[in-house]
Design a protein around this ligand. Structure first.
Ligand SMILES: [Cu+2]
Length: 362
């Protein structure tokens, strides 16, 4: 998997092309960054850039003033973070879950150490927050578009036409819209902006995951969300990086800690554009798979699923033997460009995550 020389050449070329394209598209963004910046890298180091938006050449600083600099997006935090909204009970007894989602399109994110990209975000991250509700709850989204461009929120699932986030375009500069619908069906669904050109609004980062739980709840598990995504750094309609949860190689460099004999449940959503398919292979194990999560009985017991755009499902498995296990795209191009991670399976019954009560936010 390591081809350091060719990788450096490809990265440098990508960066040069991307910078040229960025300069044409966002000259003011480039100029705004020229003072130089100090960042914490995803591997924990502190770096100083030379001031351009995309700059792989950086030097390490030991200045203690900057040791508390934080990354803009933490894939480890995103992995197990669920947003249940502000919960209240309506007069008819139904549960109301209110969310405020703010779209922006001028943010710069360090997508790989020293490589910066203009992302478009829901609530400041790519992917946006994982919105979670129980079937039959009323979901109310107070959507605010603080971007320069028009954006919407289009949820997959069942809802009235006017809540579909397609024809009710929400203008930039503070435009607002309230989406309200009953959560359903049970499953895992994507949400994303649906403004044209759609490919760009998606590939820049305006998407997230919407989980609908069954009324009877789910068996306790160590639950996580994995959004499979790609980054087109040079705007040529092809992805240059691939990842689970945005940052290439993140979970390989920072293995996900799980435990033997503990149920792991992963809500996986494929948001890769341009490439027709993606897939997910788990090492040393097989998993039960629930396509779209709409059925509570698994359809497959496998170590490989293939997913087209916005295809998704729920995986469940547990490991018997401790150790290090890879999970990755078996499309090798994708795994070599970042879509690869590691489960570190620990024999540590004291650290079980699923023994905590499942909290559905009500
Ligand atoms: Cu948009």
């Amino acid at each position: 998997m390591n081809k350091p020389r060719s990788k450096i050449i490809i990265t440098s070329l990508t960066v040069i092309i991307a910078m040229s394209a960025l300069y044409v598209a966002f000259p003011e963004t480039i100029n705004a960054q020229l003072e130089g910046n100090i960042f914490a890298t995803h591997s924990g180091g502190v770096i100083t850039t030379s001031g351009v938006v995309i700059d792989p050449v950086y030097t390490t600083t030991t200045d203690p003033e900057y040791t508390e600099a934080t990354v803009e997006f933490d894939p480890m935090q995103y992995l197990r973070e669920f947003n249940y909204g502000v919960v209240s009970t309506l007069p008819d007894g139904k549960i109301l879950r209110e969310f405020t989602i703010i779209a922006e399109d001028d943010q710069i994110m360090e997508v790989s150490p020293g490589i910066f990209f203009n992302v478009w975000t829901f609530n400041g991250t790519v992917p946006g927050p994982t919105i979670r509700a129980t079937e039959g709850d009323i979901v109310r989204i107070n959507f605010i578009n603080n971007g320069a461009k028009s954006h919407t929120m289009h949820f997959h699932g069942i809802h009235p036409a006017e809540m579909d986030g397609v024809f009710e375009i929400v203008g930039g500069g503070g435009g607002q819209f309230t989406y309200e619908f009953e959560a359903g069906p049970v499953g895992v669904h994507p949400y994303h902006c649906h403004v044209m050109p759609l490919e760009e609004h998606i590939v820049r980062g305006l998407y997230g995951v919407f989980i609908v739980d069954p009324k009877e709840g789910r068996p306790a598990a160590d639950e996580m969300v994995m959004v499979l995504n790609g980054l087109d750094m040079d705007f040529d309609g092809e992805n240059n990086f691939y990842a689970a949860n945005t940052i290439p190689f993140y979970y390989q460099n920072n293995p996900i800690q799980i435990n033997t004999d503990e149920l792991v449940r992963i809500y996986v959503v494929n948001m890769v554009e341009f490439d027709p398919i993606n897939n997910l292979h788990l090492h040393g194990n097989l998993y039960y798979y629930y396509p779209t999560g709409t059925d509570l009985v698994p359809s497959f017991y496998t170590d490989m699923i293939t997913l087209s755009q916005t295809e998704r499902g729920i995986m469940e498995f547990q490991y018997e033997f401790p150790g290090k296990y890879l999970f990755h795209a078996h499309k090798v191009e994708f795994s070599e460009k970042g879509w690869v991670g590691i489960f570190q399976v620990n024999d540590n019954p004291q650290d079980k995550k699923s023994t905590e009560k499942v909290d559905y936010g009500s």
